[in-house]
Design a protein around this ligand. Structure first.
Ligand code: BDP
Length: 706
């Protein structure tokens, strides 16, 4: 098994589960005729045939007990007659109910729309796959977040920014003439998670301007046609300088009437070609991208201009808050300071897309204070599924726990219980729009994500997008059962391994609240000593602040005072090293090496022990995986075993290089149980990766450092 089928393998159920299923799934029935209904019928027959190991047919009338009837009350009088609570599920949700229709026992999957029923069909198949009891189903589900997005950081030449799974799955050269049938499987996978928006192009891409020209829009239209019946709209990244680059205008000033007219005409053209186009994703005035500030205007001016052009067509602007520039102000304060003053000044069809933490997708950060900070403008959350700072496709790191930690963080914006999840799902501030976006980890790799376990991150992202209050462990369990087996001898140890894997990544790379200690440019491997990159805030030394006196970044009132961006009581908690949770200690504090930790040990000893624990835990994962060999096919077992061996070497390097550097400053001996680094500091400093993926256009030579 090469992993291509993802979590939609539909392998035959084991004896116990198939006995429990009884005659359920005997046939698939629908009165709907739409392309979406056709897809739903195909998925149900494919899934049930595989799971029940028999040929399951579809038709338009119920013939047998165990039939699966799906559709909408509009198309099906039988569904209409059941008085299902469809008023609770909106356009995308569904009801699954065991019922008796025309004297037969049936399982009804109903939505207000065909897309709702499609989502219900995938949910039903998941129940079958995970061995749930199926005879008294009563499921009512609606997504909590309106816009559930996958952001591709794919360039038009098919290279991918921070992509570790091959090249882009969008073959722009062959489009629109040929649409790769593999994209049908891609659409199925996204629809199985309830994803309803896909950004096709990289917001940082230098070539995105051209993607808004007619030939490229026609290519995008072919993809929109493909995704439409799956309930997925397409979006494009829009470069702020398009009026200059494409329209030949002298300015891109958002208040200039010609510029505004250019965007309006462009929006009209896009909607002529793609009538249900979703809207624009914009990265402006960040990392060298053009933006309204180039013309002395604000983010609100820029976003509102684009919003005005899209509004008549129902499109939206997703404006990224990942902004920072080389100024003395603490980098992690900048996004809040740039957006908070404009809260409430953005048009109704603008969402601000905020990375989960105030820095940049680190193994651990506190949540961004823009969650709970923006009250009148919807703040969506951006998560990174692709593991740029967490060991690429090589390290086994389940991100469900990272995301749950962020989503369940309390912002205290309206007193306790004001979680990030409720800020982003719109319930806290009663926003009309709500959004969650995940930077994709999908590419041309046969297994889609580069590693089998990275499929779990794609899956967990989608499940959390549907329900940000979902539990990471429960999601992992479903994924393991669907992807591998329901054998308890496999399920529990593998879930346990996944559940601790993120903490292992933190221990390996950035324990105790450290951040951005990765080597320059590619971000794989250690570089805590690096202090020579063009800008202070791109250097690991900026973040670790390590010197002879201690380590950490002082963000209390004696330092950058970033803590003040958080609501009470967090501001005070984070300002006090004795109250700050230890996992975030060095994020907020610069402390002496001898600072006393909760364990009673010194900070130095504790730090060294964390790095050592990172290595030990990777070793434990290897041992677990070795024991799992009898339960997995050879191919998926081997790639995972190979990657774990590479991860082990990487963890050893992280431990030794970090300790060698920090020890050169702390001058302290190593605590018992922490081995001395194999080489001296200069050896680690001299080390270069011969090549690292995911850095197109940024790495002039594979040996370049910045
Ligand atoms: C950083 C990546 C960079 C992205 C940027 C972004 O290193 O490649 O372009 O985020 O989100 O993490 O725009």
């Amino acid at each position: 098994d090469d992993g291509y089928q993802l979590w939609l393998r539909y392998a035959p159920l084991d004896k116990a589960a198939s006995a429990r299923a009884g005659d359920i799934g005997s046939e698939v029935v629908t009165a709907s005729r739409s392309p979406t209904a056709k897809i739903t019928a195909e998925e149900l027959t494919r899934g049930l045939s595989g799971l029940l190991a028999k040929k399951v047919a579809s038709g338009d009338a119920i013939r047998s007990n165990g039939a699966v009837l799906f559709g909408t009350p509009k198309d099906s009088p039988s569904i209409a007659g059941l008085a299902l609570p469809l008023e609770r599920v909106g356009s995308d949700g569904f009801v699954i109910k065991s019922a008796v229709v025309k004297g037969k026992r049936v399982t009804v999957i109903a939505g207000n729309t065909d897309v709702g029923a499609l989502h219900g069909a995938f949910a039903f198949l998941r129940l079958v796959q995970t061995g749930a009891a199926l005879d008294a189903l009563d499921v009512v589900e609606a997504p909590k977040v309106k816009l559930r997005m996958i952001d591709h950081w794919d360039n038009l030449d098919r290279t991918m920014e921070r992509g570790f799974s091959g090249f882009s799955i969008f073959n722009w050269w062959e489009l629109p003439g040929h649409v790769d049938p593999q994209l049908v499987d891609y659409a199925r996978a996204e629809a199985s998670l309830g994803i309803n928006g896909i950004v096709l192009t990289n917001p940082s891409g230098l070539t995105t301007a051209v993607s808004l020209t007619e030939p490229w829009l026609k290519k995008a239209a072919a993809l929109a046609d493909l995704f439409r019946p799956y309930g997925i709209k397409i979006y494009l990244s829009a470069r702020f300088s398009c009026p200059q680059e494409l329209g030949g205008l002298k300015t891109g000033d958002p208040l200039d009437p010609q510029v505004r007219a250019w965007w309006k005409a462009k929006a009209d053209e896009i909607y002529r070609i793609i009538p249900d186009f979703g809207g624009f994703l914009v990265k402006a005035n960040s990392e060298g991208q053009p933006g309204p500030q180039d013309f002395g205007r604000s983010h609100a001016d820029g976003a509102n201009m684009m919003a005005e052009a899209l509004a008549p067509h129902g499109g939206i602007v997703i404006w990224r808050a990942f902004v920072y520039s080389p100024k003395p102000e603490d980098r992690v304060k900048q996004a809040y300071n740039e957006f908070k003053p404009f809260d409430g000044q953005f048009a109704d069809n603008v969402v601000i897309q905020v990375k989960n933490g105030p820095l940049d997708f680190q193994p651990r950060e506190p949540f961004s204070p823009l969650f709970g900070g923006l009250e009148k403008t919807p703040a969506g959350i951006e998560l990174q599924i692709t593991k740029e700072y967490l060991g690429f496709e090589i390290h086994l790191v389940y991100l469900g726990t990272l995301w749950q930690e962020v989503l369940q963080s309390d912002t205290y914006a309206k007193g306790s219980g004001s979680t990030v999840a409720h800020a982003i799902d719109g319930s806290l501030f009663h926003n009309k729009l709500s959004l969650i976006a995940g930077a994709s980890n999908v590419g041309t790799a046969r297994n889609w994500s580069g590693s089998i376990f990275d499929q779990a991150n794609w899956n967990a992202y989608g499940r959390l997008a549907w329900n940000p209050d979902a539990d990471a462990r429960a999601i992992a369990e479903d994924w393991v059962r669907m992807t591998f087996t329901s054998d308890p001898a496999f399920v529990k140890p593998v879930i346990d391994m996944m559940m601790q894997s993120r903490e292992t990544a933190v221990d390996t790379m950035t324990p105790l609240g450290l951040a951005h200690q990765m080597a320059t440019g590619h971000h794989y491997g250690p570089g805590p000593w690096i202090d020579n990159v063009g800008r202070p805030d791109w250097n690991p030394t900026y973040y670790n602040g390590a010197d002879k006196s201690g380590i950490g970044f002082d963000r209390t009132p004696t330092g950058s005072n970033a803590v003040a961006q958080y609501h009470a009581p967090l501001a005070a908690i984070f300002a006090d090293p004795n109250k700050t949770p230890e996992p975030l200690l060095l994020w907020f504090h610069h402390l002496p090496w001898d600072h006393k930790m909760v364990s009673g040990r010194t900070l130095w000893d504790e730090l060294a022990l964390h790095y050592a624990r990172g290595v030990e835990n990777v070793k434990a994962m290897q041992a677990t995986w070795a024991r799992m060999k009898p339960y997995v096919d050879a191919e998926r077992w081997q790639i995972t075993a190979d990657f774990l061996a590479m991860q082990y070497d990487s963890a050893v390097e992280w431990r030794d290089a970090s300790i060698a550097y920090f020890q050169s400053l702390s001058g302290r001996p190593l605590p018992h149980g922490v081995p001395a680094p194999a080489h001296d500091l200069d050896w680690y400093k001299a080390k270069r990766l011969p090549f690292a993926p995911g850095n197109p256009g940024k790495t002039a030579s594979p040996f370049r450092e910045d």
